[in-house]
Design a protein around this ligand. Structure first.
Ligand code: ADP
Ligand code: ASP
Ligand code: MG
Length: 406
């Protein structure tokens, strides 16, 4: 008998009809002779609504009360699914993060899982009940409820699967797998049958929200097989696996985009030792992640322009932090722009193929799209462009790398 963890996302539990359909899926898996543990998201849209309430009440998104409020969406769906399961003759019980418990650190709003006690979960399974776990939540050493960051139910599912040594972790969602790019934007996107952890990690961290980045990180570390599949149909989805399980490597396996980017340019900043440290030191101290950076060589040896990107949510604080250093940095002007998108092409095949970046630049040039910032790593090339060209760029690149479905 195999133990399977099944995770259902927000649209899969959007209303009672959908939750009843989920109950049938759980029952089928159990009927096939498997032990099942379920992890759920909140109903689609509910977490956004709860976050709105917290903001209206003047709460910050890194406070314990933010987590107390936003974690409740998952509590509702867990209780409802346990009821629907019981209604079709499948014994089940909801188990909140604190009841298991799922221990996390105390970084409210984006906590990390430290450890999961599996005893209570095992007892539940052995007693013939399906544990229904609200994803996204845990408990800190201080005994307060924490949440794992947006999309965090994926991470809850992988962590539970790894802790229980599950045979499979199935991520049920509103698309039938991981595609070469977001199928909601590029209709020619193709479903990928197998993708490596490494590529999936890049895709997720570069914006493909189909899996939370930390979930992929954890799956890779614990060698947990993931199956991303549709909660609407039974067709096989995408397996996330080790590189050696993939026979033929594509040069480019996927294209991701992230609109959650903002660009800051310091015009005519002093070109002298210590300037980068005086910009990026205070930003790091303020907990602001800087992603892409470009600095030009100055023509006169005195001043140059420096551009970097942060998330849109951090833009205001980043501008304030840098402006507070104006006397040291001696820049002429500080310009910010959140009307940008980061487009990335990803593929482990890039290690052995030259010319991937060149094709990207040529394709964008043919469409008259200006590249503002470039960054590369071993298996990806990213560019920052004006947000209005997102769709055009994705479609053109998808065709240029031969990814379009026939
Ligand atoms: P869930 O609520 O099930 O967790 P999400 O909305 O978090 O679902 O993730 C699924 C969505 O991810 C899809 O609806 C799709 O628009 C988006 N997405 C972005 N990039 C990709 C991709 N490369 N492959 C599949 N889906 C993608
Ligand atoms: N409900 C949470 C969110 O919307 C967690 C999740 O769905 O994974 O971010
Ligand atoms: Mg999700």
């Amino acid at each position: 008998m195999a133990l399977i963890v099944q995770k259902f996302g927000g649209t899969s539990v959007a209303d009672i009809t959908r939750i009843k359909a989920v109950a049938e899926t759980v029952k089928r898996e159990q009927g096939a002779g498997n032990e099942v543990v379920v992890v759920l998201s909140a109903m689609a849209g509910v977490t956004d609504q709860l976050i709105g309430y917290v903001a209206e009440a003047g709460g910050r998104n890194n406070s314990p009360e933010y987590d107390a409020v936003v974690s409740t969406g998952e509590q509702v769906t867990a209780g409802l699914l346990a009821l629907c399961l019981a209604g079709i003759g499948v014994p089940a019980r909801s188990m909140m993060g604190w009841q298991i418990p799922i221990h996390t650190d105390d970084v409210h709003g984006k906590a990390r899982i430290a450890k999961i006690d599996v005893d209570a979960l095992r007892q539940c399974v052995v007693a013939g009940e399906v544990p229904v776990i609200p994803g996204f939540q845990g408990i800190s050493a201080q005994g307060r409820i924490t949440t794992l960051g947006r999309g965090g139910s994926d991470t809850s599912a992988v962590a539970v699967a790894a802790a229980l040594g599950a045979e499979r972790c199935d991520i049920y969602t509103d698309v039938d797998g991981v595609y070469t790019t977001d199928p909601r934007i590029v209709s020619a996107a193709r479903k990928i049958d197998k993708i490596t952890y490494e590529e999936m990690l890049e895709m997720a961290s570069l914006g493909a929200k189909v899996l939370q980045t930390r979930a992929v990180e954890l799956a890779m570390k614990s060698n947990q097989r993931l199956h991303v599949r549709s909660s609407y149909s039974d067709v096989p989805g995408t397996l996330v696996v080790d590189e050696d399980e993939i026979v033929e490597q594509e040069m480019v396996s996927g294209i991701a985009y992230s609109r959650d980017e903002a660009k800051i340019t310091l015009v005519q900043v002093a070109d002298k030792p210590g300037v980068a440290a005086s910009i990026f030191g205070p930003l790091a101290d303020a907990g602001i992640n800087v992603d892409m950076i470009v600095q030009n060589v100055s023509a006169d040896g005195r001043a140059t322009d420096l551009t970097f990107t942060v998330t849109e949510a951090d833009l205001e604080r980043a501008v304030e932090t840098v402006a507070a250093k104006k006397d040291v940095l001696e820049y002429a002007d500080l310009v910010s722009d959140s009307n940008v998108v980061k487009i990335s092409v990803i593929g482990v095949g890039m290690r052995s193929h030259a010319g991937v970046a060149q094709r990207m630049f040529e394709t964008l040039a043919e469409k008259g799209i200006n590249i503002q910032v470039i960054s590369t790593s071993e298996i990806k090339v990213s560019v920052l462009i004006n947000e209005e060209y997102t769709e055009l760029a994705l479609r053109a690149l998808h065709t240029a790398y031969g990814l379009d479905a026939e």
